[in-house]
Design a binder for this molecule. Structure first.
Ligand code: F1P
Length: 347
């Protein structure tokens, strides 16, 4: 529902500049690059968006952890659009990072936020309000997927501006967006299978998440959610990094979750999975319906119903969030109020 609500304006109007506020027409045509600033789950939305922005618009895009950015003498290009992403719109680190970017000379700021009347959109020139509804839990979930929708719209718009996305591409992308709520529903329907997996995770102390390309940030999101709400130590790596260190952690006690959609990186992901299997690691694979994977001893597969092209990360975010949710339930932790965490980090 959150995605459908956020999409409503988009699908009706197409990718129009006014989606980002009345000043968008004055600002977006002059943008020469993008700098994304955010914390936590919102930062992972930014990491996903980098793939879209660079591929669709050809503009350079960097993504910074907002809580670190202001502590270094960063270089600023005034014509690089600062994009802050924050569910609450009140995260102090993100707000301070925005102020710092302004001090360094960045001319324009866009806020992607779920809460009207919050500090970060007020301090920005352009705004996109996601419609994730009230996020009741401390850990962001719906906010993440709706932020991705907003960032996807921004990427298409920048691509149109720069003449890289024509009318036919735009129509195809709108069509992909139209199918998104249905694909999300299919992903939600995987819940019984995910619940069955969660019982195996509940007794573990650690977990490793792997993904490549567009799906590496989804691995990060899966690991963060598991940490936040079930208190299991979890790490995420781009699968190609395995041999540069994390492989040393893999043994028969280590569950390894792999985000493995049927994209151009699948063969590489499969060879990373073999590296894990050879060390006795237990694999839990989120694959597409049409990927060729055999279940075997130590290799469990859940198939997401449909591959939706470049929107695939949005669909794959759902099962990793559901996995964390069910592991937390199985361990009896409070999914809405994790220990030590606050909904808005304003200190
Ligand atoms: C950022 C964030 C969330 C996380 C938790 C603490 O919040 O790190 O991603 O799940 O709620 O704060 P925000 O800036 O997106 O509101």
């Amino acid at each position: 529902k959150a995605i459908a609500d956020t999409l409503e304006a988009l699908v009706d109007a197409g990718f129009q500049m006014h989606l980002f506020g009345h000043k968008a027409g004055e600002i977006l045509p002059h943008v020469r690059g993008v700098k994304i600033l955010a914390c936590g789950t919102s930062y992972y939305a930014g990491l996903t968006a980098r793939y879209w922005i660079e591929a669709m618009s050809g503009l350079p895009c960097d993504v910074e952890i907002a809580s670190e950015y202001r502590y270094r003498a960063a270089c600023a290009d005034p014509e690089h659009l600062v994009v802050t992403i924050s569910q609450s719109g009140e995260t102090l680190d993100t707000m301070e990072a925005l102020k710092y970017a302004r001090e360094l000379g960045h001319r324009w700021a866009l806020s992607i936020c779920n809460v009207r009347e919050s500090a970060i959109p007020r301090a920005s020139d352009l705004v996109f309000f996601t419609r994730a509804g009230a996020e009741i839990g401390v850990a962001s979930t719906k906010a993440f997927t709706t932020q991705l929708v907003a960032l996807f719209a921004l990427s298409v718009l920048l691509g149109k501006q720069r003449g890289r996305i024509g009318a036919a591409d735009e129509a195809r992308l709108i069509d992909e967006l139209r199918h998104l709520p249905g694909s999300i529903q299919h992903a939600l329907n995987l819940e019984p299978q995910i619940k069955a997996w969660s019982e195996r995770f509940a007794a573990k102390n650690d977990a490793l998440f792997l993904g490549r390309g567009l799906h590496y940030p989804i691995a990060l999101e899966g690991a963060l959610k598991l940490k936040e709400i079930s208190y299991i130590h979890a790490e995420a790596y781009p699968a190609g990094e395995l041999k540069h260190g994390p492989l040393a952690l893999v043994d028969e006690k280590m569950p390894v979750v792999v985000i493995a959609p049927n994209d151009s990186l699948l063969e590489k992901v499969k060879s990373n999975m073999q590296e894990v299997a050879a060390r006795g690691g237990e694999l839990f694979v989120f694959a597409d319906l049409d990927s060729h994977f055999e279940e075997s001893d130590g290799v469990h597969v859940i198939r997401t119903p449909r591959h939706v092209g470049v929107l695939s990360p949005i669909v794959h975010a759902i099962p990793v969030q559901l996995l964390a949710y069910h592991v937390a339930l199985a361990r009896g932790t409070d999914v809405d109020k994790p220990r030590n965490l606050a909904k808005s980090v304003t200190v």
